[in-house]
Design a protein around this ligand. Structure first.
Ligand code: DGJ
Length: 750
C-alpha cells in the first residue's frame, strides 16, 4: 500500500488495497503521463501501457509530429493550446512574458522568435523537477478536504515547472491505506515578476482506455434531488456542471464511469467526486483513440484568478475511487471515507437527538405558546429537541422580508428567545434554530443600510429569487458582519443546533470593491467555508445541519463542517425512496436529514401510512416535521414506537455497511436496502412495497453482505437461516395488503 517511485522506469505507483494508479515521467521534456488506473497490479513495468514511442530519453520537441504525440499521450494534468486538443486540466493566461527572469523552454531552437513577443498567450507546459513522498495528509488552506493520520495515508507531491513562464505546478496525491481512495488537488505558484491569470484549474484528470463506459450522474430539481441516471459515453463530451454558485439541486459534483451493464455487485466503476460547493464542471470526453479523459474541478465559467508574483492557488480536492466489484463497493468505500475522514466534531460518530422541526407544522404562523404546546406534546412522546425554523426574526411574517435582520421578532416571541429556550429546556428538550446567513431581503434594515453588500450589477435591476438577494461574502466587512450575527444569536440562549439554509442560487455576481470580478464566485465559497469553520471552532458542541432549499448544496464540501444535511424539501416517504437512494449511493446514511411529516404530504399530496414514513426516515438522521398537537391519536401512538426503533437501530444505520438490494426507481414496484454490521453479526433490512400486486405474491429478496457460514435468526421470530440461504436463496418480504407498506427485518447471527 502507499506510494513507490521506480527510478529506472521513472514510474510512480500508488497502491490502495484493491487498486493501482500509475504515473510516468516521459520524454526528455519530463512530461507527467497517466499510465494506469484500475485493479491492483503487484508489479511495476507498466510504461508500455502508454503506447507509442515514449521513453525518458527521446526529445519530444524534435518530433516532426509533436502535435500528434501531444494529442494522444494520456496526461495527468493536461494543458491546452500546444497540441493536446482534448479537455484540459489547466489554462493560464500570461499577459506578459517574464522575459528578464525566464529561460527558454528549450524547444524554441535558436530563439529566432523574440520572447517579448510571447506576451498574451495560453501556452503552459510544466515539466517534472522533483517529488516527495511522505506519510499523512496536509490540510488544504481555507478549503474543506478529507483528513487522515500518518498511519492512514501516504502523500505524493510531484513538483513541475514551466521555465518559460516561471510558474510551478504541484500535483498532490493522497493514497489511503485501508480504502480504495486516492484524493487529488493541485497547487499553482507564480515565481515570475508579473501577474498571470488562471482561467481554468481542474482538481483531477484521468485518461482511461474506454471500457464501454456509461456515465452515472446524480441530477434532479428542487424536491427531486440526486436522481440516478446512466447514459452511454458517446464521442465528445458527457458531463455534469453547475453555474448556480452552489453545487445545486439540478446537478451534483460527482460522476462515475461504469462499464456497460455494471450492477451493484459486478463491473468496473470509477467514481469522481469534488469536495466543493460552488460552480463545478465534471466532464468525460471520449476521444478519437477510444480513450476517455475525465476531469473534475471548479467550473471555468466567469473564473479568472489573478496570480500575483509569489502568489499560490490551491484547487479544491477531488476524490477518486475504483471498484472492480460494481457500484455497491464504491458506495461502501465512499461511506467509510466520509464518515471517518471528512465529517468532524462531536457528532461525527454520535447518535443525533430526535428532533421536531416546526416548518411543515406551522410555517410562519407561530408564537411562543404554539411552540411550547408543540414542545410539551413532543416531550411526552420522547422527542428530544425542538427546532424553530424560518420566521422568528425581524418582521418576518412570510418570505418577503427581514433576511439579514437577525434579531428576535417580538410580535411572535414577546418574551424573547432565551425565555422560549429555557422553557423548552425545562421540558428536558434541547433547542435548535434556523438561519439563512448568506442572504438579505431588499425589505430589511440590513439592505437599507448596506445595499452594496448584496450582489448586484450597477445599473441593472437585480434578479430576485424568493424575493431575496445574496450577500457578497467575498468581502471581509460582510463576512465579519454575518459572523457577528450568527454568534450573537447562538450566544443569546442555550441553542444546541443550527439549521443553516440557503434558498436561492447566485446571480448578478458583481462585487463593488474588487477589480477582478472573475474571482468572486470562488471567493464567495471561501467566505462561506471561513464562516462555517469559525462557527464550529467557536461552538464545538453545536450540531450544524446544512440545507439549501432542501438538498441543493448537499456536497462533500459542506459535510466537512456539518455532519448532516437536510436532504430534500420533499418529505413524502415514496418520493424519499428515490431521493435517499441517489443520496446514499455516495453519502453515509448518518448524513441524510430525514423526517416524518404529515399527510396528505405537502409536496405531492400523497397519503402513506405513518408507520411507513417512520421506517423510511430511519434511513437518515430521523426526526419529525409536523404539528404534533394536531396528529390523530393513532398516529401519535406510533411516535414512541418509532423513537424506540430509532434508538435500537441507529448504531447499525450510522456505522454499518450499506447494501442496495432492490431499487424502486428501477422496478417501479418495491424498494429494499440493508445495513449490515461491520462484523456481519447483525443486519437491518428495509423493504417498502410501494405498489401492491394483485394475487398477493410475496417478493423474494436476496440479502447481501452477510457471512455465508453464519446462522442468522430473525429477531422477531424463532426462524433461523444460514447466511448462504439468505443471500443465495433469499427471503420472502411480506408487508401485508395495500400500497405504500413497509417492513423492517432485523436479523442477528446466532
Ligand atoms: C427551505 C428548507 O429546505 C425548509 O426546510 C425550510 O427551512 C424553508 N427553507 C424555510 O424557509
Amino acid at each position: 500500500m502507499g506510494v513507490k517511485f521506480f527510478e529506472d522506469e521513472k514510474l510512480f505507483k500508488l497502491d490502495t488495497p484493491l487498486s493501482t494508479y500509475a504515473i510516468s515521467i516521459v520524454y526528455e521534456e519530463k512530461l507527467i503521463a497517466h499510465t494506469y488506473y484500475g485493479k491492483r497490479i503487484g508489479w511495476s513495468g507498466l510504461n508500455y501501457l502508454l503506447g507509442g514511442d515514449n521513453n525518458q530519453t527521446m526529445k519530444l520537441a524534435s518530433f516532426r509530429e509533436k502535435g500528434s504525440v501531444l494529442d494522444r499521450l494520456p496526461m495527468e494534468y493536461p494543458t491546452s493550446g500546444l497540441g493536446d486538443f482534448r479537455e484540459s486540466g489547466v489554462e493560464i493566461y500570461a499577459p506578459y512574458a517574464d522575459t528578464e527572469n525566464s529561460a527558454t523552454d528549450g524547444n524554441s531552437g535558436n530563439r529566432s522568435v523574440n520572447p517579448s513577443a510571447n506576451s498574451g498567450n495560453y501556452g503552459f507546459m510544466p515539466s517534472y523537477i522533483s517529488h516527495k513522498i511522505y506519510r499523512g495528509k496536509p490540510k488544504l488552506l481555507g478549503l474543506p478536504a478529507t483528513f487522515a493520520g500518518e498511519g492512514d495515508c501516504e502523500t505524493l507531491e510531484i513538483e513541475c515547472e514551466d521555465t518559460l513562464l516561471n510558474i510551478n505546478l504541484t500535483l498532490v496525491y493522497n493514497v489511503f491505506n485501508n480504502l480504495d481512495v486516492i484524493t487529488r488537488h493541485v497547487k499553482i505558484k507564480n515565481n515570475s515578476q508579473k501577474s498571470v491569470y488562471l482561467k481554468k484549474v481542474m482538481s483531477a484528470c484521468a485518461d482511461l482506455p474506454n471500457n464501454n463506459f456509461e456515465m452515472l450522474r446524480l441530477s434532479g430539481s428542487w424536491a427531486r434531488e440526486r436522481s440516478i441516471s446512466r447514459v452511454p459515453i458517446g464521442c465528445g463530451h458527457t458531463g455534469a456542471s453547475s453555474l448556480r454558485g452552489e453545487s445545486s439541486h439540478q446537478s451534483h459534483p460527482f460522476f462515475a464511469l461504469v462499464s456497460r451493464g455494471a450492477s451493484q455487485d459486478t463491473g468496473e466503476v470509477y467514481g469522481f467526486h469534488l469536495v466543493y460547493s460552488g460552480n463545478f464542471s465534471a466532464m468525460a470526453e471520449l476521444t478519437q483513440f477510444d480513450r476517455v479523459r475525465a476531469v473534475i474541478g471548479i467550473n471555468p465559467y466567469n473564473f479568472s484568478w489573478e496570480l500575483a508574483p509569489s502568489g499560490e492557488f490551491t484547487s479544491p480536492e477531488a476524490v477518486l475511487t475504483y471498484s472492480s466489484e460494481g457500484l455497491g463497493k464504491m458506495t461502501r468505500t465512499l461511506h467509510d471515507l466520509y464518515r471517518n475522514h471528512l465529517v468532524r466534531g462531536k457528532y461525527k460518530n454520535a447518535k443525533r437527538p430526535v428532533l421536531i422541526n416546526n416548518w411543515e407544522g406551522t410555517y410562519f404562523n407561530f408564537n411562543t405558546e404554539k411552540l411550547l404546546d408543540i414542545a410539551r406534546e413532543s416531550a411526552k412522546l420522547g422527542i428530544e429537541m425542538l427546532v424553530l425554523d424560518d420566521g422568528w426574526f425581524g418582521k418576518r411574517g412570510d418570505d418577503n422580508s427581514s433576511l439579514g435582520d437577525w434579531f428576535v421578532n417580538t410580535e411572535k416571541l414577546p418574551q424573547g428567545l432565551n425565555y422560549l429556550v429555557s422553557e423548552i429546556n425545562k421540558l428536558g428538550m434541547k433547542f435548535g434554530i434556523w438561519m439563512e446567513p448568506e442572504m438579505v431581503s431588499p425589505n430589511s434594515d440590513l439592505y437599507r443600510a448596506h445595499p452594496d453588500w448584496a450582489f448586484q450589477i450597477p445599473g441593472r435591476a437585480p434578479t430576485l429569487s424568493r424575493n431575496q438577494m445574496v450577500l457578497d461574502l467575498s468581502r471581509r466587512d460582510v463576512i465579519e458582519y454575518v459572523y457577528g450575527c450568527i454568534s450573537s444569536v447562538l450566544k443569546s440562549a442555550n441553542i444546541e443546533y443550527l439549521k443553516w439554509d440557503m434558498n436561492r442560487p447566485l446571480t448578478d455576481v458583481f462585487s463593488g470593491i474588487t477589480k477582478n470580478q472573475g474571482e468572486i464566485y470562488h471567493r464567495y465559497m471561501l467566505g462561506v467555508y471561513e464562516l462555517q469553520e469559525r462557527l464550529i471552532t467557536d461552538f464545538p458542541n453545536l450540531l450544524l445541519e446544512n440545507c439549501s432549499g432542501g438538498g441543493g448544496r448537499f456536497d462533500p464540501g459542506m459535510l466537512h463542517y456539518g455532519p448532516q444535511f437536510w436532504c430534500s424539501d420533499d418529505t413524502d416517504a415514496i418520493e424519499r425512496l428515490k431521493i435517499q437512494e441517489g443520496t446514499a449511493l455516495i453519502y453515509p446514511l448518518s448524513t441524510i436529514g430525514a423526517h416524518v411529516s404529515d399527510c396528505p404530504n405537502h409536496i405531492v399530496g400523497r397519503v402513506t401510512p405513518f408507520e411507513t414514513r417512520g421506517i423510511v426516515a430511519l434511513a437518515g438522521t430521523f426526526g419529525y416535521e409536523l404539528d404534533v398537537t394536531k396528529l390523530s391519536e393513532s398516529d401519535k401512538a406510533e411516535i414512541p414506537k418509532q423513537i424506540e426503533a430509532y434508538h435500537k437501530y441507529n448504531e447499525l444505520v450510522r456505522g454499518g455497511d450499506y447494501y442496495r438490494v432492490a431499487s424502486y426507481s428501477e422496478n417501479k414496484m418495491y424498494d429494499c436496502y440493508m445495513c449490515v454490521a461491520k462484523d456481519k453479526s447483525e443486519a437491518l433490512v428495509t423493504f417498502v412495497n410501494v405498489l401492491a400486486r394483485p394475487g398477493g405474491g410475496k417478493v423474494r429478496i436476496k440479502l447481501k453482505g452477510l457471512d455465508e457460514n453464519s446462522m442468522y435468526q430473525d429477531v422477531n421470530s424463532t426462524q433461523a437461516y444460514s447466511g448462504a440461504a439468505l443471500m443465495y436463496g433469499g427471503l420472502d418480504a411480506d408487508c401485508g395488503w395495500g400500497d405504500f407498506k413497509a417492513q423492517l427485518i432485523h436479523i442477528k447471527a446466532v
